[in-house]
Ligand binder design. Sequence first.
Ligand code: NAD
Ligand code: ISE
Length: 379
Amino acid sequence: MDCEGMDCEGMDCEGMDCEGMDCEGEDSAVAVSVGVIGTGMIGTQHVHRLSCQVVGSRVGAVFDVATDRAAALASEVGAQAAASWPELVDDPAVDAVLIASPGDLHVEQVLACLAAGKPVLCEKPLATTADDALKVVQAEAAAGRRLVQVGFMRRYDAGFRDVKAAIEGGVIGEPLLAHAVHRNPGVPGTFVGEMSLTDSLVHEFDTFRWLFAQEIVATTVVPVRQSPLGAAHLRDPQIVLLELANGAVVDAESFVNCQYGYDVRCEVVGSLGTVALDNPRTTLVLGAGRRGEAVPPDWGVRFGRAYQDEIQAWIDALTTGRTVSEGASDAWDGYAAAAVAETAVASFTRGARTEVTLVEKPDLYAGAGGSANGQEDEL
Ligand code: NAD
Ligand code: ISE
């Protein structure tokens, strides 16, 4: 990695081009200095994770257009409040960048990180159009190395990992189809347009590419009677049929105003059996002739451990000379998921089955259908 100007005190620098780096005190505590762009709901959580929970990281700088909120958070964790996001990206005291701004801003911010040669963990979606996501893939391919990881944190969730292990272990035979639900109790006013597809179900698009190790080749959005309780401007709920390259089919429901809690489940049906992912159980209440358990209230609670493990794996990768952690979604995965989302939007608009078109996969992204990455990506 070209790490000129980085403060990599304590990092494992063996074999790196460290000219100009401050590498004194390699035995002291490792601290990758991360700059965080966007300190809204998840950005704030990630700042706290990077500061207090993840081993080997600290927050060097934050930026948000809500400058007062960003300044307060910066002061809380001992970080700089940058004057703009380009200033944060170019700050020599920032080793790597975590992007948690709205999805339509990601591509410009990611490309700036690539131009600065800095590893970036970009929250999903990588971009809101396939063309924009492709720009990231092309920039990495031109540079010949991957610096981008996409925040599809389910790949770090213990339950989803168990599902993948069951499939790969042959426990259910050949995976043939899956049923999936993705329900939010409600969404903020910033959730507009086709975000059920581009922002919520984009998780399923990544998840099932990864679980089945297959690209998604076509989508069909099935119109559903609209809930009277959701925002009028949202078509909610929705069902999307995903066809995978080997003929497997997934039906995925998005319901972003389901009212009762956050509910992400799936069942994969194979030739010998099935594997089902349920909500993790915290308590089981038996009383008054009923048996009950809590439903997670939101994604922060349901996937808190997955976000933590995802960011820890990223920081571990950076401290051991890699830029993308093993098994994480990379820029190709972000591009493929964005292309599926765009295809689903087109299917919804046209009211017809629509095929996904992907460019040829650059050699840089080894492995098919979102399986574990084969590249070393030395820093
Ligand atoms: P949010 O609206 O709460 O936060 C976004 C923040 O970005 C706001 O504070 C806003 O002021 C700020 N912002 C707006 N313009 C900006 C700019 N030009 N530069 C820097 N900051 C800017 O939204 P959120 O729910 O925190 O979502 C942020 C991103 O994280 C989205 O891409 C979303 O899809 C993703 N997300 C991922 C998960 C997950 O499960 N992986 C969960 C929630 C959100
Ligand atoms: C949100 O942005 C997330 O990524 C959550 O994981 C997802 O469940 C929710 O639908 C999105 O809006």
